[in-house]
Write a protein that binds this ligand. Structure first.
Ligand code: FAD
Length: 513
């Protein structure tokens, strides 16, 4: 394909990876980012706290793997910590504290704790070395004409970058492009302008939960070199204190600390904000053991200093207009963080999009060998973007819904016997009857690249089959007893047996469906 002028808006993890994919295809890439360079220590991190730790899993790793830089994936994975499961923390009625490890995967696969800022920095470092990539930090997208392919950016931080017009107003620059990739996060400006050009369905929802960040410090009592001894609790788990209506989680960091998040309805925040001295006893009641890991003073200080931030769920479609623009990552599908998939899905967007761009480029060029005229890149890109919106929207919507449902699972269901029975049965089938292709929903989401929408369909089917099998196991002794009794009392009347066989036949069809 002819080399194009590609603009990426947003240098977060998704925008940076998209820029790398575009640059590796030889396009001229310009990256516009609202904030200053996050590698500059004076830059305020996103969300105004220490950089958040997140769970990186197969989809994100696979997208990075396909970026065309072996050193990148090695570098990213080297600074991650494998997490083999959830560690559930609680208290027995006797008052004794307990920890219970629930493995994520019966086949031993892990997800990885990663520092979002470090991952982002690694991508920026690689991009910076590429001759066809240019950064424009402190540039805020303020407008776009997707028919004429022109965008406007306001130059921010005027003192540093002398981005003021002579009248003292922020300077605005006009930039032409062939193709814009909008990865400017949940409150995307690209999405806002795109809505004026396409009939976009749009739905946003704030859930009644706020989040606040805390820290469990490293183990300072032991001066050992052993990685395990640097941590106060297991470094290879995602720790959960399920509080039914609330949840406190902890994800390990390389330095031995844990980044923790309190998820709680807004009314409880209001209650605790009114008198923060209640915080330690609140934690002792709902999250037993935390105050021995975070001293009460620090707990209160973090609660008072760190922001209490909302959680948004956004669904929209389509994601593109003509051949000129497409939105990716949180800009297209911000989701609540309870499946640990927001960034993973965003990175997967990039891989999916470029696979389609490559496919359409190859198809259009090889379709007509008799015609020597070069294929029109805008026609190819239009077709690729249309297919991208059609394919990706059902998947993004599926993971948005799963993420919402998983909040209930993490804060409450992990304690329920029904949840544990289903998990154990599905894992048993996955190990002992592999030809059935049976897997837990969590495994399919976190350890495969299967489409999210297909995972939902498969998981629903598995659920129905399991329910029927359990029904049969429950009812069959009773039914056989009644049938036996009827045979014994009224020999020669086989109608009940026929009915039973009919029912079992129906089940057989359910299994194959
Ligand atoms: P962002 O990271 O939001 O980046 C957007 C960039 O665009 C920013 O740098 C911003 O400054 C820039 N920008 C914004 N507006 C403009 C503009 N007008 N002009 C120019 N630039 C602009 N995901 C996971 O996969 N696993 C997890 O475990 C996980 N945990 C999470 C925990 C919490 C508490 C939260 C809140 C999120 C979590 N996520 C997780 C989600 C993950 O953080 C996001 O999905 C991911 O950061 C999205 O990346 P992005 O590049 O699309 O957007």
């Amino acid at each position: 394909m002819a080399k194009q002028k590609v603009i990426v808006v947003g240098a977060g993890p998704v925008g940076s990876l998209a820029a790398l994919y575009a640059a590796n295809r030889g396009h001229k890439v310009k990256i516009y980012e609202l904030r200053s360079d996050l590698r500059d220590p004076s830059t305020t991190p996103l969300n105004f706290t220490k950089s958040i730790n997140l769970a990186l899993s197969e989809r994100g790793i696979n997208a990075i793997r396909h970026a065309g830089s072996k050193s990148l994936i090695d570098h990213v994975m080297m600074s991650t910590i494998p997490m083999c499961g959830r560690m559930i923390h609680g208290k027995h009625p006797s008052g004794e504290l307990y920890e219970e490890s629930q493995l994520y995967d019966v086949h031993g696969r892990d997800i990885y704790a990663a520092d979002r800022a470090e991952l982002n920095k690694a991508l920026l470092d690689i991009l910076e070395k590429m001759p066809n990539v240019k950064f424009y930090f402190n540039h805020k997208l303020t407008g776009a004409d997707f028919k004429r392919k022109v965008a406007w950016f306001e130059v921010q931080n005027s003192e540093k970058s002398s981005g003021k017009s002579s009248a003292g107003r922020p300077k605005e620059v006009e930039v032409g492009f062939d193709f814009m990739l909008g990865a400017d996060g949940a409150h995307s400006s690209v999405r806002y302008h795109l809505m004026k050009y396409t009939r976009m369905d749009y739905q946003q929802e704030y859930i009644d939960t706020l989040w606040c960040e805390f820290q469990i410090g490293p183990n300072r009592r032991r001066k050992s070199e052993s990685i395990f001894e640097r941590f106060l609790i297991s470094p290879n788990h995602l720790h959960i204190w399920p509080g039914k209506q609330f949840m406190f989680i902890a994800i390990p960091s390389e330095d031995g600390s844990f980044t923790c998040t309190l998820f709680m309805p807004s009314a409880n925040y209001v209650y605790l904000e009114a008198d923060t001295s209640k915080l330690p006893s609140f934690f002792d009641h709902y999250f037993p053991g935390v105050t021995s890991l975070i001293p009460p003073k620090e707990l209160i200080a973090s609660f008072e200093t760190n922001p209490h931030l909302p959680l948004i769920n956004i669904k929209c479609k389509p994601y593109h207009f003509s051949d000129s623009v497409v939105i990716l990552g949180d800009a297209a599908h911000a989701m609540v963080p309870f499946y640990g998939q927001g960034m993973n899905a965003g990175l997967e967007d990039v891989r999916t999009l470029f696979a389609l761009l490559d496919k359409h480029e190859a198809t259009e060029e090889s379709n007509d060998p008799a015609n020597p005229a070069p294929a029109d890149p805008s026609v190819q890109r239009s077709a690729a973007l249309a297919e991208y919106s059609a394919v990706r929207a059902p998947d993004a919507h599926a993971i948005n819904d799963l993420a919402l449902q998983n909040y209930t699972e993490m804060r409450a269901s992990v304690l329920s016997p029904a949840y544990r029975v289903r998990k154990a049965l599905e894992e048993w089938l996955s190990v002992y009857v592999p030809r059935l292709g049976w897997q837990t929903k969590y495994s399919r989401v976190s350890f495969s690249n299967e489409r999210y929408s297909e995972i939902v369909a498969k998981s629903e089917h598995q659920g129905k089959v399991l329910t029927r099998v359990l029904q049969v196991l429950f009812w069959s002794p009773l039914v056989l007893g009644v049938v036996g009794y009827r045979y014994w009392r009224y020999p020669g009347q086989p109608s009940m047996l026929r009915n039973l066989l009919g029912y079992v036949g129906g089940l057989g069809r359910g299994f194959r469906g």
